[in-house]
Design a protein. Structure first.
Lengths: 205, 53
């Protein structure tokens, strides 16, 4: 199978911590359900490629980028995590300094509470962020509306339908994982995405 | 509203599970009793980085 096309690919820059899993999973589901392909640093394991090079390669291949900069708390080691703002900067840089299709990049920036970014990353002033409040339903609405507006595709379903299906998915996912003898506490991204793909494919039959 | 018929799929060779297995599990979950689905909500699923086979 060919690699996903640039105009169908969405770079997901989101915390992977346990606390943020509902956000990450809602983003991935919404992107798939809208007919796009999510790309994350979690999707492959190649010891020969550094994490930064992997991220830059993914960014180059994605027209769209969804960035969640809501993780601003100090980690257990009392230091903040800068990965998300850093990768957001890389994405902006690719659009600004890149040429050709790189100039067509589109960005959705999430934060938890509206304008909280002004307190820790004021360079983003003027950027229209979306506040998700930690609510997966808000994520689905924002991701769907943003992809619809920017891609102008007619086939993207409404957010109410996506939310309804996602609730069903959440109730059936643990059963699917158990049936497949996979570990729900350590489900590899590649397996998760295949489950999402087949769940949605089943819905569309 | 008409359903979108577009679903992009990742490389079939990737992953630790076969598509056939997943389809079977999806079909199984769909017909699972409501009480099973309700109790399943207490199980949180955590995504982790993909590991090379």
């Amino acid at each position: 199978m060919e690699a996903p096309k640039y105009e169908n690919s969405v770079f997901i820059n989101c915390p992977f911590d346990k606390k943020y899993q509902p956000i990450l999973q809602a983003i991935i589901y919404s992107v798939y359900r809208c007919g796009f392909f999510p790309r994350t640093a979690l999707e492959e394991d190649d010891a020969l490629e550094s994490r930064l090079h992997k991220i830059m390669r993914l960014i180059r291949r994605c027209k769209y980028g969804i960035h969640d900069i809501s993780r601003i708390q100090l980690a257990n080691n009392k230091f903040p995590r800068f990965n998300m703002p850093y990768e957001l900067g890389l994405f902006f840089g690719a659009k600004y300094y890149g040429s050709g299709i790189q100039k067509k990049k589109q960005t959705l920036v999430f934060e938890k509470d509206k304008f909280s970014y002004q307190k820790f990353i004021s360079d983003l002033n003027g950027i229209d962020t979306k506040a998700h409040g930690g609510n997966p339903h808000e994520i689905i609405i924002s991701v769907r509306d943003w992809l619809k507006t920017n891609s102008k595709r007619a086939v993207i379903p409404g957010s109410a339908l996506i939310s309804k299906e996602y609730k069903e998915f959440l109730t059936e996912l643990p059963i699917i994982v158990k049936r497949m003898n996979l570990n729900p506490k350590n489900l590899q991204m590649v397996d998760y995405t295949i489950i999402v793909e087949e769940f949605i494919a089943d819905k569309l039959r | 509203m008409a359903k979108s018929k577009i679903i992009l799929k990742s490389d079939k060779k990737k992953g630790n599970v076969s598509r056939k297995q997943v389809r079977e599990a999806v079909a199984y979950a769909k017909t699972a009793p409501v009480k099973n689905k309700t109790s399943a909500l207490n199980t949180s699923v955590i995504i982790s980085p993909t590991k090379a086979a």
